[in-house]
Structures are given as C-alpha cells and as structure tokens.
Write a protein that binds this ligand. Structure first.
Ligand SMILES: *Cc1c(COP(=O)(O)O)cnc(C)c1O
Length: 231
C-alpha cells in the first residue's frame, strides 16, 4: 500500500510543479511518520525518501536510534523548551519555532554543543485560536529578534493551514505566507534566508506547491490514517 501511495503523491507533486512552472527538485517531500512503526518508515526509506517528520520528542529520538543514520529528521511539532536539549543536534531542521524564548533555549543548547541549528519560524497564517505559531503581523519582528542569536540560522517559514474539505480554500493563506517570506527577504536581515517555505499536508500539498512551497509534509497520504490510542 505504501508504494502505491507514494507513487500517487509523487505523481501529484510532479503535476503541481509542472502547473506552476517549477522544477521538481525545488520541492522536498517530507514523510510525516508520527504514530507509525519503524517497519513502515523503513519501507518508505527504501524507496529513496530520506526526509522524515515527527512531532513528539520522545518518539523522534526512539526512531532516530532505530533508523539509518543518513536520514534528515524534521521536528514539525510544538516543542517545549525543556526538551530542546534532546534533539538540537539530532535533527536537520526545526520547523516549529514560534517564540523568542524557545529560540533562546535552542541557542543555549546549540552553543553548548558548538553547532549552528537551522530553524523555520512557524506562522499561524489564518490566525486560528487552536494553532501555535506567531501571527503574520508579528513574524518580521520575531525573525529580527531571533536573527541576533549566534547559534541559530533562520532558513524560512512554516505554516499549518486550516483543515478544509476543498484545498482551494487554503490558496489565499499559502499566497499570504509566500508574500510574507518575500517581504522578509527584502529586509536583507543578517543571517536570515527565506529559501524554505514549509507548507502543505495531505489535503492541500498540490495547492501549496503551486503557491511556492519548497517542503511539503505528507503523513496520511503516504502511511494511511493515523490511529491514536487513548483518545
Ligand atoms: C501530522 C502533521 C502533518 C501531516 O499531516 P497529514 O494530513 O497526515 O498529511 C504535517 N505537518 C504537521 C505539523 C503535522 O503535525
């Protein structure tokens, strides 16, 4: 099933790139493997996908220990400051930095390990109550503040669009955050690049790519529905 799912996702990505006049290489597919067993991750890995996304620190660390070492791990979930130390030198990119206090802690832990940590600033582009992320209005200020931290490099923005039945409804939000990233680029802030735009999930990654996504985070579309225990 995973192979068929991946073929479908890959086809959809290629078609979206074509429609947008973009090269397929401009878009990285991140396989969001939360709640799924490593046997399934291995199946995906074996097809050549080496970017995986997880949203919980403990699960992420367990999977890092069990999976091949050349995987690029993406922390895409809400990150508590007291857990930063467990992942700061183990992930390729932290997508979910939404406060200066969190960035400060990442900087402290990065300094201790003598590394530079790449991050994205998470923006709550639709202003949803239920979601983490800085507001679009505050994003520039937060980027400017975080840019002062020596052991952090801002690589772009991330957003989780609203849950919608028709992905077209999210097009304006994707457009809005793309514009925000262009505006920030034009500020020429030292140590800040906006090369990455992490947006688009199973329901809306094609629209996200048409609007400029460089990373799409697909879980259900690859692994099937998630089953949560105790909920
Ligand atoms: C779970 C999750 C995804 C993947 O969601 P699907 O709808 O299953 O593709 C993407 N991004 C984040 C931040 C997530 O938590």
């Amino acid at each position: 099933m995973i192979k068929e799912n991946l073929a479908t996702v890959e086809h959809n990505i290629a078609e979206a790139c074509k429609r947008a006049g973009r090269a397929r290489e401009e878009v990285t597919l991140i396989a969001v493997s939360k709640t799924k067993p490593v046997s399934m991750l291995q199946e995906v890995y074996d097809t050549g996908i080496h970017d995986f996304g997880e949203n919980k620190v403990q699960e992420l660390c367990e999977k890092i220990d069990e999976m091949p070492s050349d995987i690029r791990w993406h922390m895409i979930g809400h990150l508590q400051r007291n857990k930063v130390k467990y992942i700061v030198d183990r992930v390729a990119l932290i997508h979910s930095v939404d406060t200066y206090r969190l960035a400060e802690e990442i900087n402290i832990q990065a300094k201790k390990k003598n590394i530079i940590v790449p991050i994205l600033v998470e923006v709550n582009i639709a202003g949803e109550e239920s979601k983490f992320g800085t507001s679009a209005e505050d994003a520039l200020l937060l980027v400017e503040e975080i840019a002062q931290l020596e052991n952090i490099r801002i690589k772009g923005l991330m957003t989780i669009a609203p849950y919608v039945v028709d992905s077209e409804e999210n097009r304006l939000y994707f457009r809005k955050i793309k514009q925000l990233s262009v505006d920030i680029t034009n500020k020429n802030i030292h140590n800040v690049s906006m090369e990455i735009l992490s947006m688009g999930m199973t329901g809306d990654y094609a629209v996200a790519i048409e609007e400029g996504a460089t990373m799409v985070r697909v879980g259900t579309g690859i692994f099937g529905e998630r089953i949560y225990k105790n909920s």
